[in-house]
Design a protein around this ligand. Sequence first.
Ligand code: FAD
Length: 500
Amino acid sequence: MDNRVRKVMIVGGGTAGWMAAAAMAKVLKNQYCDIQLVESDSIGTVGVGEATIPQIQLFNQMLGLDENEFIRRTQGTFKLGIQFVNWGHIGERYLHAFGEVGKDMEGVQFYHYWLKLFQAGEAPNIDAYTLNCQAVEQGRFMRPVDAGNSPLSRIAYAFHFDAARYAMFLRDYAMERGVRRREGKIERVSLRPDDGFIESITLDDGETLEADLFIDCSGFRGLLIEQALKTGYEKWSRWLPCDRAVAVPCAKVAEPVPYTRSTAHSAGWQWRIPLQHRTGNGHVYCSQFISDDEAADTLLKNLDGEPLADPKFIRFTTGKRLKFWNKNCVALGLASGFMEPLESTSIHLVQSGIAKLMSLFPNRNFDQEDIDEYNRQVDFEYTRIRDFLIAHYHVTQRDDSEFWNYCRTMDVPDTLKQKMNHYRKNGRIFRTNEELFNETSWLEVMHGQGLKAEGYHPIVDTLSKDEIARRLESIRNVINKSVEYMPMHSEFIAKHCAAP
Ligand code: FAD
């Protein structure tokens, strides 16, 4: 008891800070230790980050949030996947859908059976066997229901939401459970002279606040992890060269669709995130190939509705801290590193960092083995997501701009080369350890971007072609029937979680 962490200081009140505060309030409870969060109204938050992946449901469940209330409070919508437009070729589109693809047979993954027929020109594209793809086509959505073997029992989904409202929602949650909020600008960070651990932060009004454990959620600046502790940063710009974004919300012109759209442009890509009250948009681009003005023009020309604010520019360097946990400081969110929101992974990385921190929660001795293990786990997760994102740029046939010529021909990490070669040669995809994206995600993206598998799993040949065709057709019918049963996304929201 004597050695336990008595005080946690969270620096920053963006999505990362309030997610950490809410989770710690829930898990540590007010009795275990004091939790304080400092944020600066004058600095504000990055204010973007509106699309998620299904794992966020676990975070909300852990907090015990009512999902309908959460959707209402954040003007949220549901997300079944991401539609990628113009990525492999201009004019092409594919969906990276959440959830299962087909149904595994005889102990072999479904997609190998599909590959055999597809390669022979005897099966339609993979999306015909994917519930989420067919639901997206028709704009339908529902949560999974208890329907036995039906794919309706296993619908996978995530959310789009207003980032500012989500932070406010979590702030109310955390403060109701005892987290103390302090508004003020941190002007100085003091280190202990003996071991260089963080001792205290000093605010602009002169008050000094001490703590045992500091959580750096201060955004790109990394106030504690970088500015104070000089941890160092590994840049990934040679593989993920986009370094800026311009974002603008616009008026909604139709009912929100249940997917994020990512449209590739000549030197980057544009996101479109439908919310209940507006649509979020942004253009992520590479400043080496396009100017800020051109990037903003492209964005504004490709909006559905009238812009609702001036375009906001954001600069970033893709990469990660050399250590995510250094001494008594753990960095979460933008302070820990940045990968562009192509697969909506940043909020997930915050959630995953919090979960890992909770499982390795320190006492005041700060066991170095625990710290090393945390860094190993987060590093692995970061680098595998990095590879997945690089695949989107690299596996393309686009040759219409210098940017795409660079991405198509660049040298990529060995871990990614192995993945692509394995798939190209015999259609195999392996998920290693705690890798975030599973086989079907890799399949949908590699195939969707135009990487063709030349082979398939040999065990597939134990079934005759006719038998495979019959089974595939039956799966397709089940999927089509299931989708017919689903209500429209807008009807589902209106019935369960429309914002007031
Ligand atoms: P911030 O929002 O920048 O918050 C930093 C906090 O630190 C603020 O409260 C600030 O006041 C405080 N602070 C800083 N300095 C001081 C100081 N000196 N004193 C006191 N307080 C201080 N993620 C997704 O999951 N999905 C997406 O679709 C997505 N889209 C994105 C698009 C773009 C262009 C960008 C840049 C990011 C996107 N992200 C997305 C990432 C997501 O926005 C962030 O992960 C998330 O918002 C967390 O940000 P944060 O809390 O780390 O930082």
